[in-house]
Design a protein around this ligand. Structure first.
Ligand code: KG4
Ligand code: ZN
Length: 343
């Protein structure tokens, strides 16, 4: 059985084809991605209307590439999956519209998928897949959550950010340092040359009893620090602020993840979402988990940020369990705000 997955919730158009059998883990046959980063760079962030228009331009050529790479005809598609939410309404509508039109033309069911479910299941496409149950640390541009994952489709929210997401903290701090968009990778590169102890930045909610996060105070502290350094700040000071900021975010993410593992008794951690690509975060989580005999799983680097493979995969794993909401009337709606626990 073949599932076509379409992702268009933000600034990446992703299309992929995943093959499913009854028992085995789904297998990725081909995927293609177009990142809009360059287009949004001039504005210092994602411009929703430009994002929607670009998804329209890209999605069909990407789908054609995927079908060609997989060596599969459109008529061999059994289901069309798309990101139903959360995300930018206009951007989501493009993927949903194309997916449902294609499904209708092929007379195949369409499946609306939760974007974060895609992220947290994405390590199942890696060479070393996790096993249920596990704790998932979801760290993207819009979300920072800890979940207990019993099985595909069974998610319990353990804690989340009460203000900015971890990715947002990276992005906003990078902007304050004049590093451009997207800030996460740029700040991480700059941090390589800095001393994380050069500046003392806050680690909000580090010692709180619950599993919630808060990053807005950190951003304010970075702004204050940057203002103190003034307009002719040297590159070394910038690198030091970048390193200190990254370390503050990583410290909080590592500590809260360990807390969640202790609280749930799970011995497996999945890290998903764009910030999961951060090398410092990986290094420190790996070290902390190795000490505690906890296995850590990440998606393949190419599948860390948004992509169509994770959307097809989530639909596939739900289909294997009989819990996919496949539609054959092709009416669709998108859900820009959509708590995962209700998906
Ligand atoms: O999951 P994702 O691709 O899109 C969302 O659904 O938000 O995550 C994007 C976020 C951005 O905030 C970006 O700056 C951050 O992930 N990011 C990173 C790194 N690569 C991407 N943050 C820190 N270090 C990185 N290497
Ligand atoms: Zn995402």
């Amino acid at each position: 059985m073949n599932i076509l997955g379409i992702e268009s919730s933000c600034d990446e158009t992703g299309v992929a084809l995943v093959e499913v059998t009854a028992q085995e883990l789904p297998r990725l046959r081909a995927h293609a991605l177009h990142s809009q980063v360059e287009m949004h760079q001039a504005y210092g962030g994602v411009v929703p209307e430009l994002a929607s228009r670009d998804h329209i331009r890209r999605v069909i050529p990407l789908a054609e590439n995927v079908m060609r790479d997989a060596g599969v005809a459109l008529t061999d598609i059994d289901y069309v999956a798309y990101t139903r939410g959360p995300g930018l309404a206009g951007a989501l509508l493009v993927g949903a519209g194309v997916a449902c039109a294609l499904a209708a033309a092929l007379q195949r069911p369409a499946i609306g998928v939760h974007h974060l479910e895609g992220h947290l299941l994405s390590p199942f496409l890696s060479v070393d897949p996790p096993t249920f149950p596990f704790v998932a640390l979801l760290v993207s541009g819009g979300h920072t959550q800890l979940m207990r994952v019993e099985d595909a489709g069974r998610y319990e929210l353990l804690g989340e950010t009460i203000d900015d997401a971890a990715g947002e903290a990276f992005d906003k701090s990078a902007k304050l340092l004049g590093l451009g968009y997207p800030g996460g990778p740029a700040l991480a590169r700059m941090a390589e040359f800095g001393d994380p102890r050069a500046f003392d930045l806050p680690r909000p909610l580090l010692h709180s009893a619950n599993l919630d996060f808060s990053f807005a105070g950190l951003k304010t502290a970075v702004r204050t620090q940057v203002m103190k350094l003034g307009s002719n700040v040297c590159e070394q000071d910038k690198a030091n602020v970048a390193a200190a900021t990254q370390q503050a975010i990583v410290d909080v993410l590592v500590r809260k993840s360990l807390h969640a593992l202790r609280e749930t008794g799970c011995d497996c951690l999945v890290v998903a979402g764009g910030v999961g690509a951060n090398a410092r975060l990986r290094e420190q989580l790996n070290a902390a988990c190795a000490k505690r005999q906890v296995r850590v799983h990440y998606p393949e680097l190419a599948l860390c940020t948004d992509n169509g493979a994770m959307i097809a995969l989530a639909a596939a794993m739900r289909l294997q369990r009989g819990s996919a909401s496949a539609s054959i009337d092709y009416a669709f709606s998108v859900l820009p705000r959509w708590p995962l626990a209700t998906a």
